[in-house]
Design a protein around this ligand. Sequence first.
Ligand code: MTE
Length: 323
Amino acid sequence: MTHIHIPKGWELPESDITPESMFLNRRDFLKAAGFLGAATVALAGCAPGDPEVLEHRPEANLTPLEKTLYPARRNLEYKIDRKVTPPRVAGNYNNYYEFSETKEDVGHHARALPTQNWTLEVEGLVNKPQTFAMEDLLKLMPLEERFYRMRCVEAWAMVVPWTGFPLKALLDKVEPQSTAKYVEFNSFYMPFTAQGQLAFWQPWPYSEVLSIQEAMNEMTLMATGIYGHPLPKQHGAPLRLVVPWKYGFKSIKAVARIRLTDYGPPTFWNTVLPSEYGYVANVNPNVPHPRWPQTKEKMLGTGEELYTQMHNGYGDFVGDLYL
Ligand code: MTE
């Protein structure tokens, strides 16, 4: 028997990603093309049975609903010019201070988070405040896949395919009032499950804030998945924010509450250490940091050093927000 190595999607440069999949939902494409098994892994970037991914989500069997949703259609508006970070690398190097201060341990400790029956409360200055069951959100929202860069203020970077929906689609459902200027996000508060939260001197739960214009920007994604799967817990299951033109700490994990306000509420890191964690926190190589270099970044996995770009290279999408 001949064994052919079929490279996975994240091993391929952007130019090599199957062009047909640009126009078809890749699930339909794969069905239409009659590909199964190993070929599915190669073309979809990642399939439900891929052991590399399941390894990082051992607690999860896909629900029947999830099976219909993943992998989602890729939105090719968002191009990448770097190699995709392998899931094993991204899933073993995480920041999640509720669970551990050691990046390599987060995946293990975060398994304790109960993500079943998760709800998301959306409230504040909206006409239709609502609490969504996660399952209903998944049915209601337009899921798509987007390959985004991520740049941490600690000077490491990665490229990953997120699955999610634009935050705007959710905010439109609750109808923001004209006085709403900011959108605040809170994670869960479970100090006996997430032992980092026993540090009572820190302002738990983790929180972040965007301006209403940033929140409504097309790039602002609520991610429910990564690598063609539901999010593993270390990446913020079941629902996290992804704002790739900002430093990684703005992309809050395990979001439980969203609140629209007419003032700028405090945020977790900006309260703990304002000299190191800005409030707006746009990626900017011209603003030095007391601890980490900001002109260059190191790619996770390869260690390749690349120049950091203004707005993490997303100026065309978000530059207008800051004129
Ligand atoms: N969200 C919560 N709830 N808790 C955290 O500690 N860390 C942030 C952000 N979201 C964090 C969080 C930081 S500092 C980074 S760099 C990113 O998550 C890391 O995301 P990743 O582990 O999926 O790469």
